[in-house]
Design a protein around this ligand. Sequence first.
Ligand SMILES: [Zn+2]
Length: 249
Amino acid sequence: MSPDLERLVRLQQLDTTIEEARRTIAAHPQRLAEADARLREANERVESARQRLKEANDARRALEKEAAVFQARVTKYKDQLFEVKTNREYQALQHEIATAQSELSAVEEKELERMLEADQLTIEIKQAEAALAARQKEIEAEKAACTREVAETERALTGATAARAELFTQLEPRLVALYDQVAKARKGIAICTATRDGLCSVCHVRLRPHVFQQVRQNDAIIQCESCHRILYYAPPPPAAADTAATPAP
Ligand SMILES: [Zn+2]
């Protein structure tokens, strides 16, 4: 491959590395925010279960007070039974007692429901707390990995940027200008391979046979006629060549 073409290929690799590094670094705050959001979610599940337990307990205490009122009423009426003079009064009191008793039973039943609910919620809280603890560990590890990755990426970025500047000193200004112009117009990809069957590997346009022939020589700057990217040819690796075709003698 001609030195110019080699440098352009290298330049493209560096630019791709730089672009990916910038994207990774730019995505870092978002990734941290997402991890925090998942932690908050687990935390909210614990808080919500705790809140529901508090409500169930408050409701149960209110029902206990209500039950005490009915219980007192039943006791009072039962005491009064000893003081009544007529059968009619006695029956009226019996009726009051039955009513208070059934109200008491209804309240006690609700109390029991709240107690069962509280038991269930206590289990739920334990599970949510365990899930939160696991999530905390997971997210700490994730954040540490993310931070390490960014530090590595920053180093790679610095290295690639320096290598790029160095490469620039070795390239003719007209080639740098051509590269920049195509890269700007083509989403950062200024140089690409021609496929083994003679297509531009990015825009997939078929190259004219004599153009493809020239590209295969890898010794001149040839642009795709359709997307204007600079083309080069990467021969298939030997292993692939062995299985694909019998090598020429
Ligand atoms: Zn093309």
